[in-house]
Design a protein around this ligand. Structure first.
Ligand SMILES: [Zn+2]
Length: 117
């Protein structure tokens, strides 16, 4: 992975981060609109709590991704970007292009996923 590729991925990461932050603030303002009190009857209440749960889950996932993106940006600055955290081998640039915040190479990722089943 050369400097040029890193710069490109850094830009991509920053853009992704920006989009998540934008989405998160949109979710937050939407969340305000479905505060209890607005929904009057029982049917509306059920619907609004369902929507809240859904938004909460969504923002949780985004938050997780945000942490991973920040982590990747730090790595680019420290110059240890693109190295698998498990086996210390280089992560393929093809994989990094698809998932710039990947922590593990594809082999280790698959091992991890198998473990969690
Ligand atoms: Zn690995």
């Amino acid at each position: 992975m050369n400097q040029k590729q890193k710069d490109r991925l850094k830009k991509k990461l920053l853009k992704e981060k920006e989009e998540i932050l934008k989405k998160m603030s949109e979710i937050r303002s939407e969340g305000k609109e479905i505060e209890p009190g607005i929904a009057q009857d029982a049917g509306d209440k059920a619907e609004s709590s369902y929507a809240k749960e859904f938004l909460f889950e969504l923002s949780d996932t985004e938050r997780e991704l945000l942490i991973q993106i920040d982590n990747a940006l730090k790595k680019i600055d420290k110059d240890d970007f693109g190295v698998c955290e498990m086996c210390q081998k280089d992560i393929s640039s093809k994989r990094l292009n698809a998932v710039p915040w990947a922590l593990y190479c594809i082999n280790c990722q698959e091992k991890e996923e198998r473990k969690s089943y």
